[in-house]
Design a protein around this ligand. Structure first.
Ligand code: HEM
Length: 556
């Protein structure tokens, strides 16, 4: 045997042995790594030390088995009764704390707001629908310098002077809605959506809805529906809880990726359209400043940026988001509140009659106008009670903690998710008399709707009347705007029409009559509308002509 053959046989034996060894080492490494990852994961799902009490944990899952996919706020309310003001929940390895006490909301969200104002990371939104860092959609904005600049810019339309500035446009849209209701409620839902969208779109990007394609309302509503459906718990797999699911390819069943792409494309088209409208209005104003009586939010921002080119401004894509988001946050919430209140009027005719007596009195033979808003005390109480009774986002929106913190001996790690649980905060039996009933009078007897004997005005402290708008530095900036819109629309409609239940009846039970989802909407919002008397038709038409002439002069 040649020496060369011997050497080559020896090498083959050695390399076979080392290949076997290599395979064995690799397999061992995989097993150890997997075991360590599983141990780490399992330990991460256990209740941490000094964490608020909550339901029993299943190792490896935390409280995932108890986390309800349907109407979670109802389960949270039961947990409140068992565990108290702070409930600690393990969502896989993540920490979540549900706050059920106004004082604690005040301490954490208001006083410590500098670090309790983040938003939980949502992979589907932040990577697929609104990919950061370019797509700065409101839903994915963290609490940082950009956010603060963004929020400040909204004052132009949402701050105290801002709402006054845009009220004539809101009034015109309310008058138009009342006019459209003359069809007896045949197209009530479509008209209600039109109303909810028309105000925000006009004042944000300078376009009256009447000048957009007739089916734009449906296009918009569809865009909202597909977005909200995508992020409804249980629709897509829980990729934030089990990050490995992100890597499942579409051909292996991750159909949510295609759905997210579709939602991305729909919203991209929309926001570019808003950007064009805003820029177009700015160009018109530059050409002839007197051509627009009420510059829209986007035109105002562009004007400020031209005047201060060295100050941090918004890029085109940021501006497009800013404009498009106003519709996103304003329309569903306001529309759903009105839908609920109209159903309640249909169920409680005696309340409706009291509102009608109020609007008749202040309107003095004509539909109430923006001048009368302060006098609509009872109607305002009905709106507050609707938001207490059927909040549109019953767990409000989650906030995250940006650094470790200690509160009452509990230790909260950075990234903990907090929910100011609006449902329980506004349904607590100790604070509210018969909380499961819709009683607008409670807001007349006590400004916060609370049991008057328990809560004298001087003892209210830092409590809010309504938690449906959230709390802290991320509290809804559209509260005054929403109340103004709702007061204008409902006062004009009730001046002209009776609201009646449809033949199939009305179901206002939260269990059976309301949808699941991010926004809690009535399943069957239809009502019938009957003109109170023929003479009121003229009043509606005059009101429409007058208010819309003003709006057209402001935003031609
Ligand atoms: C009845 C109607 C409305 C309800 C119930 C409502 C409710 C809410 C809630 C619960 C939040 C989250 C607050 C938090 O994180 O603590 C929010 C945020 C927001 N709302 Fe409203 N909203 C309504 C109408 C409006 C309107 C009409 C506008 C604007 C025209 C608006 C603009 C916003 C904006 C911009 C945010 C995001 C704030 C942020 O992330 O900092 N909302 N709203």
């Amino acid at each position: 045997m040649a020496i060369a053959d011997v050497i080559s046989k020896l090498c083959a034996a050695v390399s076979k042995a080392s290949a076997t060894q290599w395979i064995a080492t690799t397999v061992a490494a995989i097993i150890v790594t997997t075991a360590l990852t599983l141990i780490r994961w399992t330990l991460g799902t256990l209740r941490p030390k000094n964490f608020p009490p909550g339901p029993r944990i299943t190792p490896g899952l935390g409280n995932l088995l108890q986390m309800p996919l349907s109407k979670p706020y109802l389960t949270f309310h039961k947990w409140f009764k068992s565990y108290g003001d702070l409930v600690g929940v393990k969502v896989g390895t993540g920490n979540m704390v549900i706050i059920n006490s106004p004082d604690i909301v005040n301490e954490l969200f208001d006083r410590r707001g500098a670090y309790y104002s983040g938003r939980p990371y949502n992979h589907i939104l932040s990577k697929h629908v609104f990919p950061l860092p370019e797509d700065k959609a409101v839903t994915v904005l963290q609490y940082d310098d950009y956010y603060r600049r963004w929020r400040k810019s909204l004052n132009y339309i949402l701050g105290p002077g801002g709402v006054n500035r845009v009220t004539p446009v809101l009034e015109a849209e309310a008058a138009n809605f009342s006019r459209l209701c003359l069809d007896g409620g045949e197209n009530y839902i479509r008209n209600l959506h039109y109303w909810a969208l028309a105000g925000p779109i006009a004042i944000t990007c300078g376009k009256r809805l009447e000048n957009l394609p007739a089916d734009y309302t449906e296009t918009f509503v569809h865009g909202q529906d597909v977005l909200l459906e995508l992020i409804t718990p249980g629709v897509a797999p829980p990729v934030d809880v089990f990050p490995i699911l992100k890597y499942v390819p579409e051909w292996l069943g991750a159909s949510w990726k295609a759905a997210a792409r579709k939602v991305h494309d729909i919203h991209l088209t929309d926001r570019l359209m808003y950007l064009d409208y805003g820029k177009d209005q700015r160009a018109r104003i530059k050409k002839d400043p007197s051509s627009i009586g009420l510059p829209c939010l986007m035109a105002k921002i562009l004007e400020d940026q031209e005047a201060n080119p060295n100050a941090p401004g918004f890029t085109d894509i940021e501006l497009a988001h800013l404009g498009a988001n106003m519709g996103g946050v304003a329309v569903d919430t306001t529309a759903v509140t009105l839908k609920s209140m109209m159903l309640l009027f249909a169920c409680y005719p005696e309340v409706m009659r009291k509102v009608q007596a109020e609007v008749d009195r202040v309107g003095n033979g004509k539909p109430p106008t923006a001048e009368h808003l302060d006098q609509l005390v009872y109607l305002r109480a009905c709106i507050s009670e609707t938001l207490r009774f059927r909040p549109t986002t019953p767990s409000a929106l989650p906030h995250t903690l940006d650094k470790d913190d200690i509160f009452k001996g509990y230790f909260f790690t950075k990234g903990t998710v907090f929910l100011a649980n609006a449902w329980t905060l506004n349904h607590n039996e100790e604070d509210y008399d018969r909380p499961e009933e819709w009683i607008p009078e409670r807001f007349l007897e006590n400004a916060y709707g609370l049991r008057p004997e328990r809560f004298a005005p001087a003892t209210l402290g830092s409590r809010r009347a309504l938690y449906a708008f959230g709390s802290g530095r991320r509290i809804c900036p559209g509260i005054d705007f929403a109340f103004t819109s709702l007061l204008l629309a409902s006062s004009k409609i009730l001046w002209a029409h009776d609201v009646l239940p449809p033949l199939e009846g009305v179901d206002i039970s939260i269990e059976t009559g309301y949808e699941d989802g991010v926004v809690t909407a009535p399943k069957n919002p239809a009502v019938l509308l009957r003109l109170r008397d023929e003479k009121r038709k003229d009043g509606i038409m005059e009101d429409f002509e007058r208010t819309n002439a003003v709006a057209r002069s402001l935003i031609p």
